[in-house]
Design a protein around this ligand. Sequence first.
Ligand code: FE2
Length: 307
Amino acid sequence: MNTQARTLARLIHSVETSDGAGVKLRRSIGSQRGLYLDPFLMLDEFGTENPDDYIAGFPPHPHRGFETVTYMLDGRMQHQDHLGNVGDLGPGGVQWMTAGRGVVHSEMPLQESGRMRGFQLWLNLPAKEKMKPAWYRDIGATEIPSIGLPAASGGGTVKVISGTVTVGELSLSGPMNTPERPLSTDPLYLDLHLPAGARFEHALPAGHAAFAYAYEGEAKIGEGDAARALPHQSAGVLTDDGDHVVFTAGAEGARLILVAGKPLREPIVQYGPFVMNTREEIEQAIRDYQSGELVSAQAPRESRPHA
Ligand code: FE2
């Protein structure tokens, strides 16, 4: 049995940037052209007390070819799309959106003051699913399992947005783990709250890409001689080999997300909010957006396998 622990392979530091109509955020994965961690295309952290940093929001814009996962820690946003869907995102809630063949939507703040904080992760779709119909689900905070960690390892909690966590006899899966809608990249998305010195160990399937991002405090990844520091606000990419990871929170405790998924190993061609496999498909996406075909209510085109 393989009991090798994964450790830190490299850091993708976050950089300040802005998107939408001027929302300030920190981007790590995806902050430079081609800086992906297959199947993850982008990770944005937004966090501010200043309404000027978020009030303009993200007015209508398109997406094609991947999924967006928005996790709100603080504040309220409203999502509206071209199909007339409207959904509110509140503290602790998640919106899981499959852009598929195309969506045009806005993401706007529902508050004029106070703190706005959270993450948006872009998760790629395999070629055969890039043109499936757009779909989304708003997941309220109460639908996301929260598990208390044993006092013997220092306590803390883990929230399961996607994937399965086993603590002692208890095994809980996230709201996106449904047999009706299997996710090809088998994503794990955990939010860990660890008091100072607390230890958390979690299994990771061999070959799945994985990273952690500490949004409060710092943590160590690995133990003994292999331990490496995960600094504040950087995506720490884990080594590929090994079947589990161990975190130990620093002196101030840590809040971090742990994200993992099965790599697609397909070509990636990105043009802003369109992520396809070939340049021709990107040119088609731009034409479809300009003509309105991207969001036409027609039956979705038949998706075709790629060589
Ligand atoms: Fe968007």
